[in-house]
Design a protein around this ligand. Structure first.
Ligand code: FES
Length: 172
């Protein structure tokens, strides 16, 4: 059972993305999940340029995550537990070493672009963090690549807290 919730603005294009992402996250099969995310969206250039996403994170309980749409891409927001934060403090065994504290603004909140750095599939949550269904890359709860063909960590988008429990993911 996935601990992930998907939500986003109510326009048809984003609804298409959410339906596809939900399909992938529900484990509907490698074929359904293996489409390259970016090519499936093709948002209009002016839409991409203007897009920023405001997210109320107050409903995301510790240990849970949500996926939101930002500039036509999925963004994973994870409310990390104390245990997950402690585990992420060490970066041994990651392929693309980066301290966890450089990847978060607040230890409880991880915000990463949900596009595998191998060939662009959308990873799904698993016990370690995320598993990409396309070729098996595994990311930890800091979005750092642990193993598999992906060369880099999941990207951290530009974002900031605009209230205690509200973030804005800004124009890239
Ligand atoms: S696209 Fe994710 S492992 Fe290949």
């Amino acid at each position: 059972m996935s601990d992930e919730v998907v939500r986003g603005p109510e326009d048809p294009q984003r609804r298409d993305f959410l339906e596809q992402a939900t399909c992938a996250l529900a484990g509907a099969g490698v074929a359904a999940a293996s489409w390259p995310f970016i090519s499936s969206m093709n948002p209009a250039t002016n839409v991409v340029a203007a897009a920023s996403t405001e997210v109320d994170v107050s409903t995301i309980q510790p240990g849970m995550s949500e996926t939101v749409a930002w500039q036509g891409k999925p963004v994973f927001i994870v409310h990390r537990t104390e245990e997950q934060i402690a585990q992420m403090a060490q970066s041994e065994g990651v392929k693309d070493p980066q301290p966890d504290e450089e990847r978060v603004l607040q230890p409880e909140w991880l915000v990463v672009v949900g596009i595998c750095t191998h060939l662009g599939c959308v990873p799904g949550r698993n016990d370690e963090g995320w598993l990409c269904p396309c070729h098996g890359s595994v990311y930890d709860n800091s979005g750092r690549i642990l193993r598999g063909p992906a060369p880099r960590n999941l990207e951290v988008p530009p974002y900031e807290f605009i209230a205690e429990e509200k973030i804005i993911i800004k124009k890239a």
